[in-house]
Design a protein around this ligand. Structure first.
Ligand code: FAD
Length: 284
């Protein structure tokens, strides 16, 4: 199918994009890589009168690493995340995740901003951002504000971003330690049946800090404090990992769909969370 007719706008700065968003209100939507939005328009699940293309806005591009702080512009593509050696040294979890998103064609144009702003529970980066305790910067008519990734997601496709705001960047502090993004999918290029992002730090033989978040196991990404707490202070032995998996499973509420019934998803979730913890611990 082809989408319904729309007007195309291509501003070169954030102020002009915001002005166009304001001028057309509900009729307008920003487009980044277009790999979530355009399929929705083609399927006539979204009807948008005015598309505001963000690709010419230089302020939305680039990856900056300043000491321990990483700032990624919203229009950075998944392929750029994969290719950036300094980013991979600082936060290898991002490369490991981006390589598991869709296929090279999608990764070449799909952006970090679109992936996290979309609010699709199947998108992989939201849970990763929660795992990293990232902050999203939003700019709107009344200025700029920061929202924690852990507070951003309210329901499927509903986020803390107001309609007249643009997500300009994601940032986080580098924490070091071991990482893993484990994703079970039906075939290459598919969204997750279940996925988990894990970061672990080690002090001597004990786990000194942990962060665990999950993809597509509820209508929002789930960061499980209880699962992390179950590992901190332990040596991440099989029994400790079992307790963390049980705590994580208590925090999710998957629904049945064409990726399987609830029991299957809970089973898969248990397997991938365990694998992610084991891999992160082996790298810590
Ligand atoms: P767009 O499609 O342009 O936008 C998506 C939504 O976010 C729109 O509502 C748009 O208005 C809004 N938006 C975009 N940028 C901003 C911004 N800066 N500020 C405010 N709002 C904004 N994703 C995964 O995570 N995992 C997968 O396995 C996966 N598989 C895929 C397979 C296929 C075949 C396809 C086509 C896509 C797949 N995707 C997957 C989605 C892909 O990663 C998208 O590119 C991504 O989710 C959205 O990024 P985008 O830049 O294309 O955003």
């Amino acid at each position: 199918m082809i989408p319904a007719a729309f007007e195309y706008h291509r501003p070169s700065d954030i102020a002009s994009a915001l002005a166009t968003l304001r001028e057309f209100g509900d009729e307008a939507r920003v487009v980044a890589g277009g790999h979530s939005l355009i399929p929705m328009m083609k399927l006539r699940m979204a009807s948008i009168g005015h598309l505001i293309d963000l690709q010419d806005i230089a302020d939305l591009k680039g990856i900056r690493i300043d000491g321990n702080t990483v700032r990624i512009g919203a229009m950075v593509t998944q392929q750029e995340l994969i290719d950036d050696a300094a980013l991979t040294r600082a936060a290898p979890l991002l490369r490991e995740t981006a390589l598991q998103i869709a296929d090279p064609q999608v990764r070449a144009v799909g952006t970090i901003g679109g992936n996290v702003a979309n609010g699709d529970p199947g998108n992989d980066m939201p849970a990763v951002m929660q795992c990293l305790d990232a902050t999203f910067t939003l700019t709107g008519p009344s200025g700029t504000r920061d929202v924690k990734a852990r507070d951003f997601y309210e329901a499927a496709y509903v986020t803390a971003r107001a309609d007249e705001e643009i997500l300009t960047a994601v940032s986080f502090t580098v924490s070091g330690g071991g990482h893993a993004y484990e994703k079970q999918k039906r075939k290459i290029g598919d969204y997750a049946t279940a996925a988990a992002a894990v970061m672990l730090q080690k002090d001597g033989t004990a786990c000194s800090a942990a962060s665990i978040a999950m993809t597509n196991l509820s209508d929002v990404p789930v960061w499980s404090k209880a699962a992390a707490d179950a590992l901190v202070g332990t040596a991440c032995n099989p029994a400790d990992i079992g307790s963390a998996v049980a705590a994580a499973l208590a925090d999710i509420s998957p629904t049945a769909d064409n990726r399987g019934p609830v029991e299957f998803k809970r089973h898969v979730a248990g397997v991938i969370i365990r694998r992610a913890i084991e891999r992160a611990w082996s790298r810590a």
